[in-house]
Design a binder for this molecule. Sequence first.
Ligand code: SF4
Length: 301
Amino acid sequence: MSLLFDNFSSWKSYCEQNAVPLFQPVIAYESEQKGSNEEDIWTGLGNAYAVMKEAVHTGLTEDMNSRSGMVENGGKKVYNHHQTVLSNDFQKLVARALAAKEVNSCMGRVVAAPTAGASGILPGTMVTLQEIHNLTDRKILECLLIGAGIALIIEKNASLAGAVGGCQAETGSAAAMAAGGIVYALGGSIDQVFNAIGITIQCMLGLVCDPVAGLVEVPCVVRNASAAAIAYASAQMALADVSGVIPVDECVMALGEVGQSMEDRYKETAQGGLAATPTGRRIAKKVLINDIDILPDSATE
Ligand code: SF4
């Protein structure tokens, strides 16, 4: 039987005992769960990465105005802005994460990795990683497999859904998936990969889910960009052996505990946080009126 992704310690022991890279047990798990062969898994991953790249491209080249008016071509604005606050690569990272997420908010095609709300983070981070370090597609697909293993463990011990664990569970998990992949791709050890995941969780811990008007737009779009930046910051620290001190499995426990203790108004109900601000409520009312206006007469009778 393949490794069950119960926790990070068992994943590490399995890889060390069998002298296999981190992505190998994820393939075995996928094969066993879905009955697919290895070649099909690589093909599926390739297709998923193609959709991620396409989302980045679409967000940077096509009109990204959402029906609510809250999303207004943010990715393109950042990409084309004349000022860089850090470096051109950082500007592109932020622009790409925004762009891919905006495609989701504008009802385009994305990969929910791990959720649609967090669908800009892996595209933004992986496309940028590949470009900066001149990596092969195969290396990025290995990162995606490792990301899948990370998500499996978080799902088992905490949650991946904003409605269950707040935004920390959604964008936080995506950022952790990205951070682990970045460190792996740059030659980090298993401990460094897992430390990057733990640091990322620490940085995202406590983030509430408070989407304005219940739409996955504000703050979701900007959080995808900031989560992408946190993934890179965590990877940079982990590669330099800055310890997160709390082991990654315990960070996941904390994620679950914080998620459980969150009030319902911070779990995608649009009753708290930014959704409950005067502006958030005003937008919610306007969106509702617009929706009623476009309903066919029979639906409002
Ligand atoms: S705020 Fe909620 S809906 Fe938006 S990305 Fe975060 S978890 Fe998803």
